[in-house]
Design a protein. Structure first.
Length: 279
């Protein structure tokens, strides 16, 4: 019994001595891959800064590169240390497992890849005001899962990237200026040319407004409708302030000129009605 145990320990010792150099080589190779992965990660971040790539996307690419190279180094080290190890068999098993995981995590993967594309293509930036249809507000954060949007009503909306990427998005501040449209009604007895001139002259005095235009657009039942176009700085708060100032000034200008801003009038006619006087 003692001889058998002694023989077993001797065989283990001999095997360890025999494979120790191979294992050491595998460890050295793996650490070299780790070093290369670290260099690759730092290089990708540096390239991202030089090319003005989004910081979040640059860090994500750096992490993916680091993970991929580390995993490849682990496979190489395993092949060196374990001659019977076959990476093809393991990768085949991972392929089947990844399909199952992919179906289970479909929405997460959709948001991830949509986030990567949004960070890469940059359809809008932090601080931009956007309209997604259901939500309208200022972009506060863009990550690989969702967009954080502070709405105009002061609430915080977290919108999945797949919803943003797969639907139309209006970037309100994508351009420096936007056009504002207003409608002003005047009475039929008032001069249309005078009203247009007064409105245009007033708008031209406002420094916040550029390229004002005034058109007669409709002969409505109770008024002649004048449409006012002008351009101003695109942010919503500025549009609200300028619109308020323009409407207030237009009304005061027309009032001072004696031009009526009418309200709807209804005419009621009675037919075949017998009126009796009270005696």
């Amino acid at each position: 019994m003692n001889e058998r145990l002694l023989s077993t320990f001797e065989n283990m010792r001999d095997s360890t001595i025999e494979y120790a150099p191979v294992v050491m080589v595998a460890v050295v190779v793996f650490f070299l891959f780790l070093l290369a992965a670290s260099v690759l990660s730092k290089g990708l971040i540096r390239i991202g800064k030089e090319t003005r790539l989004d910081d979040t996307l640059a860090v994500l690419l750096a992490r993916l590169g680091h993970t991929a190279l580390t995993f490849f180094g682990l496979l190489v080290a395993a092949v060196i240390a374990l001659p019977n190890f076959r990476p093809v068999d393991m990768l085949a098993g991972l392929g089947v497992a990844s399909i199952a995981v992919g179906f289970a995590l479909k929405e997460i993967l959709q948001n991830f890849f949509a986030g990567v594309l949004i960070l890469w293509r940059k359809p809008f930036l932090l601080g931009d005001e956007i309209n997604t249809g259901a939500y309208k507000g200022t972009v506060e954060d863009i990550n690989i899962r969702a967009i954080r949007l502070r709405t105009y009503s002061g609430t915080l909306a977290v919108i999945p990237n797949s919803q943003i990427f797969g639907n139309p998005v209006e970037v309100i501040t994508g351009l420096s200026q936007r056009r504002v449209e207003l409608v002003v009604g005047i009475g039929y007895s008032d001069s249309m040319a005078k009203a247009k001139s007064l409105i245009l002259n007033y708008l031209e005095t406002l420094p916040e407004i550029e390229r004002p235009k005034v058109y007669i657009t409709e002969l409505a039942p109770s008024s002649v409708n004048i449409k006012v176009h002008f351009w101003t700085q695109a942010h919503q708060l500025n549009v609200l302030n300028v619109t308020d100032k323009a409407l207030e000034g237009i009304k005061d200008t027309l009032d001072q000129a004696g031009i009526d801003i009418p309200y709807p009038h209804n005419v009621v006619q009675f037919h075949n009605v017998n009126l009796k006087e009270n005696v």
